[in-house]
Structures are given as structure tokens and as C-alpha cells.
Unconditional design. Sequence first.
Length: 417
Amino acid sequence: MVNRERLLRRFLHYVRVDTTAIEGAACYPSSPGQLQLGSMLVDELRAMGLSEVTHSEHGIVIATLPARGIDAAPVVAFNAHLDTSPETTGADVKAQVIDNYSGGDIALPGDASKIIRVSENPELNDLHGCTLITTDGTTLLGGDDKAGLAVIMEMAESLLENESISHGPIRLLFTCDEEIGHGIDHVDIEELAATACYTLDGGGAGDIDYETFSADLAIVTVNGINIHPSIAKDKMVNAIRAAAAFVDELPRHTLAPETTDGREGFIHPYQIEGGVAKVTLKIILRDFETEALADYAKLLRDIGVRVEAKYPGTTVSVETRRQYRNMREGLIHEPRAVRFAQVAHERLGREAHLTIVRGGTDGSQLTERGLPTPNLSTGQHNPHSPLEWACLGEMIQATEVLIELVQVWAENRPIDD
């Protein structure tokens, strides 16, 4: 049912468009390529015969596949994002297609120092004979999240071609600037009018991400007193020294991303700027238990008090801003979202893995706003890196899962069946 060659063509077509998100841009979306790719998707959807297709001024694409063969069923939405990470350029992507992968490390032709090593990607051992897509080593590939785009688009066209498949109304939602934390800034949940949504933004195959971190941002401001160093004795209070002392007091062997995994949370300083008079630190707070974020903020404030005592004349303030919350907290109110995804895998004879994300997804915020949204696999690997790669076979599997999933929702049986 899934057209393998068409799916591959779609993906290769999408990755050629530079949709790199731009941190701090004054416009939305932050880069023109996102509007370009959105227009391409709109044209494809209309060519499929869909009439309910919109492309907003903010680059948001929404399309509807009307129900077929069933009078009443919940509306289900599928989401992927148009942008790619600013951590590595997505301009001038030269994808390498490896048919019938025979095993071993993969050298990337554009940069001899870039090698996808089996020792660092053990999942390659299970993909012999598969078709893999890599970068040439000079850019990222864009599988995050153009694999998701391709999977959703292929699902839509496959359903339109196979009239024997009954399904309820299906919404397609393509968003912008997810990589810089603004993926759903301009999404109208009421317009979607969906019972559940699924982000197609996961790695490998068979994963159902049903938990994410809860997240806050802490902004620590250290104020000192600046004066010319020639007359600084007993007058200067160097905010840089005080800020360095603040960072030095942060946990290193626990509560740091470089020393934690699984369900362990962390406090991560990731940006510092300023001078003698003022230094600003940005610190992200992450934990699967939302209540822990308040404890982490208190720890920062306690450190600030000690730094003020150690460096008289300094003032240290800690401001926290809410970012997103563990999707588990919302998914418990709509258990069908996860259970029906499991059923779809089971019907295909596949094992679904309930997994947690040491980060956030657009699904975290959609769920918090009332639209339950787990995250599903798309066959992408090593995101945000020149060593990124994707597996076509896993993308096909993801498309098959979606086709089965809309049928499960159309039946809408009790979850204990």
C-alpha cells in the first residue's frame, strides 16, 4: 500500500529546502525556507485532491482528509515541523542514498573526517539490507523532522488511493520553528478540533513517547560595580568573578546533563554573557516530576545568597519562566491516545515501546493546552548533526502505523478490548 519510491522522493525533495530555524529572528517563521516548504506541501495536498488546505501568514499548514466509510468518529491529527535545527546548517543538503546496506561504518563523501560508526550507532546492526539516507558530512540531513513530513504526506496519499479503508476525519498540521521553542505559538487548537494528535518526530521504529521532561528556564542576573581598573581598589565589584563562583557551586556529579540519564533531572547552565558590571546566566531546569523544578529554583536562589555573602556589593537575582510540562500529566485524561497507538503496532505484528524523552516536543505543549499528543517514530537518527541518517524501511513502517492507527480510531473500541 505504501509507495516506497514515492516516499523516498518526497523525503529527498524536502531535505533540499533550507529551513534552518534562526534563533532571535524578528519574524515568524524565522527563516523564509519554512514558507517555501509549506507552499510546496500545500501544492502537493491540493494536487492530491484535498480542498480544505490552508497556509497561514505564520507558515502553519492545516489540511483535512474527510471521513470515509463511517458516519461518526473522533477527529485525529498528525503533526510534523518544517524547520531544522540551527546547531548545524541545513543549506545545500547533498543526501547520499545507500541501497542494500551491507554493514560496517559509513564514510561521508563531503568530509573525510565524518564517519557514521557502528560502535556509536549499534542499531545499524539490525538494518543490513535496508536503504539508508545520510548527509555528505557537511550539513545536517533534516530527517528531524522532514522524515515526519514525508511519512504524514505519504499516509495521506495512500489513504486517498485506497478507498476500501474507512477512517474518521484526519487533520494534518505542519508547524514552524519547533527547534527554537516556538512550534505551536500560532496553532489554533479549537480550529483543529481534534480528539487526539500525534507528533511524528521520533527516532528509529516502534517507539511511542508518552513522557517528556517538565521544563523551566532560570535567568540568573549578577550585578557588580564597574570602575576603571586603575582606581578600582576597594571600589570595583567584579560580577564576572561572582558569576564564576555561582557556576562553580552548581552540582556537577549529580543534576548535570553530562552525569545523568533515564529519569534523572538536571540543572544546566548553557549561556553566559556580560561584563564586570553585570552578568546574565541562562540555566535550564529539567525533571520528569514537575514539583522538582521548584526545588531546583530554590537551590539556585540559595547559591545566590551564598555568592552575595562571598562577594560583598554584588546582588544575585533568579527569575524562572515556565516552558513546558511532562505530557504524561495530560495524556492520563485521554488514555486512548497511547493505547490506540499500541493497538496499531500490535495489529501489524510489531512490538511498541513506551518510551520517555529527556527533552520536550511540540506534543508537550499541545497536550498541556488540552490536545493529547504522544510522539511516534519516523526512522530518523542522530538529529542535529552532520552524522544524521534515516532509514527508509523505518519510514515505511511509520507510514503503515499511521494508516492502521486511523482505522483503530475509526472503530473507537473501549481501550480494554
